[in-house]
Design a protein around this ligand. Structure first.
Ligand SMILES: Cc1ncc(COP(=O)(O)O)c(C=O)c1O
Length: 389
């Protein structure tokens, strides 16, 4: 008899390629080696933001006996975020709409638990962040995958609509989008809202949107941002500080209920959030990160530096014959290989340059570059990009 539950085995199978790449590929063997140029994952390659360090240091000093007692969604950060996120998104959040979570991972898993029963479906547009699928499978839910429309990786509303059936409960929208760097604008999101409204009536069940927005503050060229939460009332927003602070090891994020949601539905979700977070393994952030929330609000990694790296690397990649999709947000560059993907990836790896192969996101013709690499890594990689071509 197998030891693993079917859901654990299914999640593991789906994640196998990422695990192998991370731990046992040529990249896995060299990860952490200071002589490589590492463009794979969105990890820091420079010292953390000073403001973050100061906030953590300050929050680590206890001021009363309850300082490190169990923390749920604490009232102070909830109230702070209701106001701050409300201002940012132009929506009248109230404190109970905000569940403090251990990053966007925590928020997404709570959303899935709140909305999907076993066997029910969530629609995911691919290429996608490679954790939605294992997270859905680990909850006994069913991922329904539809393709984004290349070359600009537009949301394919016809494909989403065609994928909707009686078991559809959720559509996951990720904007700004990992891996393509696309920002989905008001027009397409409004059209999506209209279609979901009609489809919900058709199937006789409400279809929700999970708007996964951890890169929301990382946008290029002053581009505006529209949250689906402002356009479709049945939207939950997942957010993480891991990207904007480039400190994903310090777990902090939230799940926010759109205040446009009808009162009864909104209240049902508010009431159920605590028990879901508890039952999922206490997915609240640690005490220190909750204390830090107000001090983190104005902090961000250097978007000008990301822009500089974007421009330098876009030029180098284009010069080497790869087709780069100009990113509108996130800290990623998404490009189509000029030649045979495996051979080109190897040629870069031979020169100590590591990029994320698109086949990990079901897009084998493409690759992703994380602009969180240091300037020094970028400099070192430029001749390699040219020679590998
Ligand atoms: C689209 C997307 N959603 C959610 C997450 C999870 O973010 P965190 O690890 O900060 O919770 C990531 C991280 O890579 C991501 O790219």
């Amino acid at each position: 008899m197998p030891i693993l539950s079917q859901r654990a085995a299914a999640a593991d199978r789906t994640f196998d390629a990422v695990k192998r790449f991370y731990f046992s590929s040529r990249y896995g063997e060299r990860r952490g080696d200071p002589t490589i140029a590492d463009f794979t994952f969105g990890n820091p390659h420079e010292m953390p933001l000073e403001g973050l360090v100061a906030a953590i240091r300050d929050g680590a000093v206890p001021r009363d006996k309850d300082w490190f007692a169990y923390k749920t969604s604490e009232e102070e950060p909830q109230a702070f975020l209701a106001e701050a996120v409300g201002r940012e998104l132009g929506l009248p959040f109230e404190p109970p709409d905000i569940a403090l979570t251990a990053g966007a991972f925590g928020a997404i898993s709570v959303a899935i638990r709140l909305l999907l029963d076993a066997g029910e479906e969530a629609i995911v547009s691919e290429p996608a962040w490679f954790c939605y699928e294992p997270m859905l499978l680990a909850a006994d839910a069913v991922p329904r995958k539809v393709a984004l429309r290349p070359p600009r990786f537009e949301l394919d509303l016809d494909a989403i609509e065609a994928a909707i059936g009686p078991r559809t409960r959720l559509v996951i929208v990720n904007t700004p989008h990992n891996p393509t760097g696309r920002l989905y604008g008001r027009e397409v999101l409004t059209a999506l809202a209209d279609r979901l409204e009609r489809a919900s009536s058709r199937i006789g069940r409400r279809i929700f949107v999970l708007s996964d927005e951890p890169y929301r503050r990382l946008r290029f060229d002053g581009r505006p941002f529209t949250s689906p939460a402002a356009l479709y009332p049945w939207t939950l927003v997942s957010y993480s500080y891991g990207k904007v602070l480039l400190a994903p090891g310090q777990r902090l994020g939230y799940l926010a209920i759109s205040p446009l949601m009808p009162a009864a539905d909104r209240q049902a979700l508010r009431d159920a959030m605590f028990a879901s977070q508890m039952a999922l393994g206490w997915t609240f952030p640690n005490a220190v990160m909750q204390y830090a929330v107000p001090r983190l609000e104005g902090l961000t990694i250097d978007v000008a530096a990301l822009t500089r790296r974007r421009d330098v690397l876009s030029g180098a990649l284009a010069g080497a014959g790869h087709a780069v999709l100009p990113p509108e947000g996130t800290f990623y560059l998404w490009a189509r290989w000029a030649g045979d993907p495996a051979r080109q990836w190897d040629a870069l790896a031979d020169r100590g340059v590591f990029v994320l192969p698109g086949d990990l996101m079901n897009a084998p013709e493409y690759f992703r570059i994380s602009l969180t690499a240091s300037d020094e890594m970028v400099e070192r990689a430029l001749p390699a990009f040219a020679r590998a071509a």
